[in-house]
Write a protein that binds this ligand. Structure first.
Ligand code: SF4
Ligand code: SF4
Ligand code: SF4
Length: 529
């Protein structure tokens, strides 16, 4: 039984084990993209490299057998640079969007393509869960949002953008009209209490996400009813009050406590709130003269000064967001700030460093070339954008399903478990380092269960092995030479012929989104950070 050391940690492994096996036994997370237990190693990705006994070259840990007395380095800057370089090579000819352009442009980062697939499938409960993972007030925003996401919608390059705002409204209205509107789970009570000053969009959203983390929230507002500018600045015609009240009621049912008609500043002061609560979130809307002094925070050009990404003010335990910190007034931005503040405050309450939500690695196709839009349109309904029957009204159930069919599903179907994305983010890999001329987007959609996007393939060969193990008649094979080598079905046949029985397992094993289940794309489970 060989005994080896990895980063000075001793581990005993069975005869024939690899360094990767040993690292995993120690709980180390080595990026091994092309490796799969039970399949032969291909060493095609070279992301799992380590240094052994000070030897001159890095070696792939998945194919190097552990030998008694080995000393392995797995986390030095040099090893990390080797892994980063390997990831950057894989990304050099990668063509795909991790997130749809709509999601990238949405200030709240809502997973729009997943919501649209769920609406198309008639699964409105799943759709509202997806929406509310990022947007606490979707029925409100489904009426008053300027919909920047639609300006970035790729379908707009063909005819007109997908009606994203009204689809979200459809999911939200159906939820509010139901007997039991969606109430997210709450973690067990932490005993921590947060004072939220201002019950407008930012404050309400912060409460929605803080409550899910198990923290108690008390919202203070100088007005007699919650809602802030949504109630006192938007016309009833545009935003019916029963819609606003319905969404506020959900937050109240989640456990929010409101103290209305209370002007924070003098009695209670922010200092009082700091004493009585574990954190304070200032969501007071646009600052009037003297507000910053009254609240005891630093302001520059009429905006509260906060740390980028954390929304933390210079005062320990005091955060600020929404119109109080921004020049651009947009309700969706305020709602997004409420969620970001909830994440940062949650970290503060947990005693850890106060950081914002980590930005995930994002591969982007960027501007489409002439004719490329046709490849995206191939799988979508060709109808024109469906407009509501009357201006200001929503979409009927049938119209929503039909409008959802216009979506091009620009996003990747494995945004959360693609190893290339996960490790590219972790190792700070850049897509541009070795990038050549980008090739045209390519998607094979002839299989009923899986999609294949060859330009996301890292040639690990796992799908080839799995298809062969299942006894597929045609299966998959490598075709071409050198840098042009590709995975394809032999004899030019389609994917449906190549993967008659093993498609689902191949898609599960594929380390990237190259082979992915058509209907994958579940609600993000990151509402509670
Ligand atoms: S395969 Fe991975 S890196 Fe590529 S687009 Fe999909 S999630 Fe992003
Ligand atoms: S077509 Fe669909 S996935 Fe693509 S940008 Fe528009 S809404 Fe998003
Ligand atoms: S398509 Fe096959 S060869 Fe390509 S990355 Fe996925 S599993 Fe590996």
């Amino acid at each position: 039984m060989p005994r080896i050391w990895i980063d000075n940690q001793q581990v005993d492994v069975s005869e024939g084990s690899t360094i990767l096996d040993a690292a995993r036994a120690l709980g180390m997370d080595v990026p091994a993209l092309c490796h799969r237990t039970g399949c032969s190693p291909s060493t095609s990705c070279m992301c799992c490299v380590v240094r052994v006994n000070g030897s001159p070259n890095l070696v792939p840990s998945c194919a190097t057998v552990a030998v008694e007395g080995m000393r392995v380095e797995s986390e030095t800057e040099e090893v990390r640079a080797g892994r980063r370089g390997a990831l950057e090579l894989l990304l050099s000819d990668h063509v795909g969007d991790c997130m749809g352009p709509c999601q990238c442009i949405c200030p709240a980062g809502m997973d729009i393509p997943t919501m649209i697939r769920q609406i198309h499938a008639g699964d409105l409960p799943a759709a509202i869960e997806t929406v509310k993972a990022h947007i606490a007030l979707p029925a409100v925003l489904g009426r008053i949002c300027p919909a920047p996401c639609e300006k970035g919608c790729r379908r707009g390059q063909a005819d007109a953008p997908v009606s994203i705002m009204l689809l979200k409204r459809r999911a939200a209205d159906a939820d509010l009209a139901g007997e039991a509107p969606y109430l997210p789970d709450r973690l067990p009570a932490t005993g921590k209490r947060v004072a939220i000053v201002g019950a407008g969009p930012a404050g309400l959203a912060a409460a929605y996400y803080l409550l899910q983390q198990g923290h108690a929230c008390v919202l203070f507002d100088q007005r007699e009813a919650p809602g802030g500018m949504l109630r006192y600045g938007v016309g009833e015609q545009e935003l019916p009050r029963d819609v606003l009240d319905g969404e506020i009621a959900v937050i109240e049912r989640l456990g929010a406590e409101f103290r209305l008609g209370v002007r924070v500043g003098d009695d209670p002061s922010v200092a009082d709130l700091r004493r009585d609560f574990d954190a304070v979130f200032l969501a007071v809307g646009r600052l009037a003269d003297g507000d910053a002094e009254r609240l005891g925070v630093e302001a520059v050009k009429g905006k509260v000064r906060v740390g980028g990404g954390t929304l933390a003010t210079a005062v320990e335990g005091v955060f600020a967001g929404g119109d109080a910190v921004r020049a651009q007034r947009m309700t969706v931005r305020a709602v997004a700030d409420g969620r970001s503040a909830a994440i940062a405050i949650g970290r503060h309450l947990a005693g850890g460093p106060v950081t914002g939500e980590a930005e995930a690695f994002n591969s982007r196709i960027g501007r489409l070339r002439e004719g490329e839009i046709g490849r995206f349109l191939a799988g979508a309904c060709g109808s024109a954008r469906i407009e509501p029957e009357a201006p200001g009204s929503g979409l009927s159930a049938a119209a929503a399903v039909a409008e959802a069919a216009r979506c091009l599903h620009c996003d990747c179907r494995k945004p959360l478990d693609c190893k290339l994305r996960i490790y590219a983010g972790r190792y700070g890999a850049r897509t541009s380092r070795f990038r050549d001329e980008r090739r045209d987007f390519l998607q094979h959609a002839d299989h009923p269960a899986v999609l294949y996007e060859p330009l996301k393939c890292i040639q690990c060969g796992l799908c080839i092995q799995i298809a062969a193990r299942h006894g597929e008649k045609l299966g998959l094979t490598f075709i071409g030479r050198g840098s042009d080598v590709r995975v394809a079905v032999p004899f030019g046949e389609g994917l449906a012929q190549g993967l008659a029985v093993a498609a689902a397992e191949c898609a599960r094993a594929c380390p990237t989104g190259a082979l992915a289940a058509r209907d994958s794309g579940t609600a993000r489970a990151d509402a509670v950070d």
